[in-house]
Structure formats: structure tokens, C-alpha cells
Design a binder for this molecule. Structure first.
Ligand SMILES: Cc1cc2nc3c(=O)[nH]c(=O)nc-3n(C[C@H](O)[C@H](O)[C@H](O)COP(=O)(O)OP(=O)(O)OC[C@H]3O[C@@H](n4cnc5c(N)ncnc54)[C@H](O)[C@@H]3O)c2cc1C
Length: 460
């Protein structure tokens, strides 16, 4: 039996969730289906809009000799091409013409961020200004980002209070001292030190971040001492580790921890630790598994519920049928526990992600969009996909489906492939989101437009 809705959104990441809520708010009966849980749980939980501008022209392909990314920069046009952007909105006009932000416009980014603010409430900050915040992350020192979790607020790099970064010997992925040294080398306006402390060594065998977070939530005894007290005791001896430029010792005023300070009650855990330490406490976003990412996923899935969107995961799209005229999609075929079930809809938003989310597939023959077999422009010669510079702009990073301004996918002749399809998020080409630091912003802006457009398609 077919399952019908007015708008069907495929993909449960930032773009799909945004599109589904935007469509539902326009009054469309909306369903979201997703293969797997989204990549949000791997992501830092930061909402990047645009942190850096790409070079004016792509670096030369591999065969033509070693390129230098950014070699063609015109200093007048690109006042600070290497540095982080202060204002993402102001920079949009300087992006390449086929960038998703140029297609949907700066207002779509603004409205996408506003929708995000509305969905997450006071769990996130940054919406009071257009300017990027600079947030320390364990992955890449200081990152320009548009929205950050409230748990990271006391750690902003624009704050000049003496700071201690805490690491744990039982969690080996990062080194707090090296991280503090990197921050100091980056000329941050505060004195900083790193300290590796012993805490929860018993968790070493399965040092699962969520287990540590739950132990702090519940203040469970660890080796006989309540978890929060044990953690504060381990950090206490390091509160005078920070040395200022004159060699004096600063009393630490804020303490940064890897992001595992509570799963269900993070604000309470931070406040309690702050009282015990006599300093503001903040979390530093980390790589996967990411608690800020999981917390964000929970918030957004609750928001889907509130918006009246029906959603299911574990349901991959495996096929499709077109209408008799061939210019619209009639239905998608979903794999539901081994049975192929048709899902009919008047409009479909494809938000299946990029190469990471499996919305794009890559093999020796090329990169393809596997659900609707939409056109993905790419040079036939694979040598032109890459440049021989690990830090250069890689052409393949911009591969993806190319849509028009209404986010309808275009075929190889530049015509709209299917009138009732919209694309959103990382499946859309034209942005190098990792390099620009624009991933969530692109998902919010295109998700918002795709969802609204899909709802309008229904109303026509
Ligand atoms: C490790 C990591 C770190 C990140 N860090 C940041 C960061 O610091 N800041 C930032 O702004 N962004 C970050 N991002 C990016 C961000 O989380 C999103 O990945 C990005 O916004 C793209 O979202 P999306 O919804 O387009 O795709 P995805 O999040 O990839 O979601 C795609 C969804 O589509 C589903 N899907 C795919 N194929 C099918 C199918 N055939 N049928 C049904 N469903 C399907 C997938 O299961 C998934 O749910 C990070 C991502 C990763 C992976």
C-alpha cells in the first residue's frame, strides 16, 4: 500500500530537518524519511555560516604542476583571504556565482539561522549579532562560527580572562597542553595553560563519552567520590598554572573541558563545577562521538515532532518512478525492513547529504547521485578532480547536484530535471563547506528555501 504525503523529505540531517519544518510551517502535510541517523552526532554542534572565503580561482589541476591555492588572489578584492571572516553576510557577494548562497541569497541564510534560533531556544547563542564568534575546538584551534552551544559560551576566544584547558589521560585523542600551546601561538588575547589530569581512569576500558557524561549528570560515585567532586578535586591543583607574559601567575577565571559535561543536565553540571572551582566552566567541541552534536540532534528531532512532521529512520530510498510525461517524480520507493514500499508525494525534497552522508556516491567511474540519478557535473578526466596540494582547494569538494534559484535540480543541458523535486544541503554542489566553514549554514539556507518551495508546489 502506498504511503502518501504532500511533501516528502528524504534525509534526516540538518538540511532535511530544516526543509521538513519549513514545509510544515507553510501548512503542508509533511513526512521525513531517512536511511540512517544524521551526521549531526558526528559533528561538533557548531553552526558555521561562512568562516573563510575561497580563492578567486581554483588551483591548477595536478598534471599542470604543483599549484598554490590562492595564487590568483587580488589583494584589493580579497582584503584578508587567509583570515577568518568577521561577517558572513557581507562576504556572500564575493563567493563564486554558482555557490548555493549566491543562488538562494543572503536573506535565505539569515532566515535559516532565525529558524534555527527558534527551534533550539536558549540552548544556542550567537543570534544577537551578524558577526562570527571565535570558538576554540579541539580539532582546529579557533573556529569562526555563527551559532555555538550555550555550553561553549564562556570559552570564546574574544574573552581575555586567564584560561585553563583540561585534558584527561584516559581519553587519548587530544593533548590539552599542546592545544593550549596552539592557542597561545595563535595570539589569543588571554593567558592560557593546559593540564592533563587523572579522572575516571576506571572508564578507560570503554572510555565512552556518554558514560562519563551520565556519571556527571547523576553525580555517580567514581572510586568512592561523587563524580563532580572528583573532577573538581583533580582540576583544583592546576588553577594557578597560567603564567602571564611577565612571568606572573594568574588565577584561572575560566576552565575548558572536553565536551562531556553532562548529557541530560549539562547546565547544572557546568554550574556545579563552576561553583566548586570558582571559575566559569565551558565545553570545547570535539570530534565524534560528539555530545553537543547528539544534544542538537535531540533538540531538532523534538522540533520535528512539534511541527507535526511524521518521521522515520532506517528507511532508505532505493528507487523512483516518474509520471507519464516524464517531467515529475510520481513516487519514491523505500526499503522498509526488506519490503519495497512506494511513497507518493506532490513534492519531494532530496536532502541526502554529500559524500559523507552517502547522498553522493563515488567510484572509479565518477561521482553520482544515487537516489534519483540526478546530474552531477564533473570533469571526465579524474586528474582534474584533485590538486597536488593537501591544503589547496580540491575541485571535487564542490561536486554535487546543481540546481536553479528555486533549488530544482538541473540536467546536463541546464534544464530543470523534475519540476516537483527540490535539493538541499550537502547534496547540492558549488560550496567547499569544509574549507569555507559553511556546512550548517548551507544546509539551513537551502533547507529553508527547499521546504518552502516544496510547500508552494503543493499549493499550486
Ligand atoms: C564529522 C563531521 C563534523 C562536522 N562538523 C561541523 C561543524 O563543525 N560545523 C558545521 O556547521 N557543520 C559541521 N558538519 C556538517 C553538518 O553536520 C552536516 O553534515 C551538513 O550540514 C550537511 O547536512 P545534510 O543534512 O545535507 O547531510 P547529512 O547530515 O549527511 O544527512 C544526510 C541524511 O540523508 C540520509 N540519507 C542518505 N541517503 C539516503 C537514502 N538513500 N534514503 C534515505 N535517507 C538517506 C542519511 O542517512 C542522513 O540522515 C560536520 C559533519 C561531519 C560529518
Amino acid at each position: 500500500m502506498a504511503i502518501d504525503s504532500e511533501v516528502l523529505v528524504v534525509g534526516g540531517g540538518m538540511a532535511g530537518i530544516t526543509a521538513a519544518i519549513a514545509a510544515a510551517r507553510e501548512g503542508a502535510d509533511t513526512r521525513l524519511v531517512s536511511h540512517k541517523a544524521s551526521t549531526l552526532r558526528q559533528a561538533s554542534g557548531l553552526i558555521d555560516a561562512l568562516g573563510y572565503l575561497p580563492a578567486t580561482e581554483p588551483a591548477k589541476p595536478l598534471r599542470e604542476g604543483p599549484p598554490t591555492a590562492g595564487r590568483n588572489l587580488d589583494p584589493d578584492e580579497w582584503p584578508d583571504p587567509e583570515g577568518p571572516l568577521t561577517d558572513p553576510f557581507e562576504a556572500i557577494d564575493r563567493l563564486p556565482e554558482d555557490h548555493p548562497y549566491r543562488l538562494v541569497g543572503a536573506d535565505a541564510l539569515r532566515e535559516g539561522l532565525e529558524l534555527f534560533d527558534d527551534l533550539v531556544g536558549d540552548a544556542y547563542l550567537g543570534g544577537h549579532t551578524d558577526r562570527n564568534a571565535l570558538v576554540p575546538t579541539f580539532g582546529g584551534s579557533v573556529k569562526p562560527t555563527a551559532r555555538y552551544p550555550a555550553s561553549a559560551a564562556a570559552g570564546l576566544a574574544s574573552d581575555d580572562r586567564p584560561t585553563l584547558i583540561v585534558g584527561f589521560r584516559s581519553l587519548t585523542e587530544y593533548d590539552a597542553r599542546a592545544f593550549a600551546d596552539r592557542l597561545a601561538a595563535a595570539d589569543v588575547p588571554f593567558d592560557v595553560a593546559g593540564a592533563e589530569v587523572e579522572f575516571a581512569e576506571a572508564f578507560r576500558a570503554d572510555a565512552k563519552i556518554t558514560r562519563l557524561a551520565k556519571a556527571l549528570d547523576r553525580d555517580e560515585p567514581i572510586d568512592g567520590t561523587p563524580a563532580r567532586e572528583a573532577l573538581a578535586k583533580a582540576v583544583g591543583p592546576h588553577l594557578h598554572d597560567v603564567v602571564d607574559e611577565e612571568g606572573g601567575v594568574d588565577r584561572v577565571e575560566r576552565v575548558g573541558f572536553p565536551a562531556f559535561l553532562g548529557d541530560d543536565h549539562p547546565a547544572e553540571v557546568r554550574a556545579d563545577l563552576g561553583d566548586r572551582l570558582g571559575a566559569d566552566v565551558f565545553e570545547i567541541p570535539m570530534g565524534p562521538p560528539s555530545l553537543p552534536g547528539l544534544r542538537l540532534e535531540d533538540l531538532l528531532y523534538d522540533a520535528l515532532d512539534d511541527a507535526g512532521v511524521r518521521f522515520e529512520t532506517g528507511t532508505p530510498a532505493v528507487g523512483y518512478a516518474v509520471t507519464d510525461a516524464g517531467d515529475r517524480i510520481d513516487h519514491l520507493v523505500m526499503d522498509r525492513k526488506g519490503s519495497e514500499v512506494p511513497y507518493g508525494a506532490e513534492a519531494v525534497v532530496l536532502a541526502t547529504g554529500g559524500l559523507v552522508g552517502k547522498g553522493l556516491d563515488s567510484d572509479r567511474d565518477g561521482v553520482r547521485e544515487p537516489v534519483l540519478d540526478l546530474h552531477v557535473p564533473q570533469p571526465a578526466d579524474r586528474y582534474e578532480w584533485f590538486v597536488d596540494d593537501a591544503f589547496g582547494e580540491q575541485p571535487y569538494a564542490r561536486f554535487g547536484v546543481r540546481p536553479d534559484e528555486r533549488l530544482r535540480p538541473l540536467d546536463e543541458t541546464g534544464e530543470v530535471a523534475y519540476g516537483n523535486i527540490r535539493v538541499a544541503g550537502a547534496v547540492v554542489g558549488g560550496a567547499d563547506v569544509a574549507r569555507e566553514k559553511s556546512a550548517s549554514g548551507v544546509s539551513l539556507a537551502t533547507g529553508l528555501v527547499a521546504g518552502r518551495e516544496a510547500a508552494r508546489e503543493v499549493q499550486q
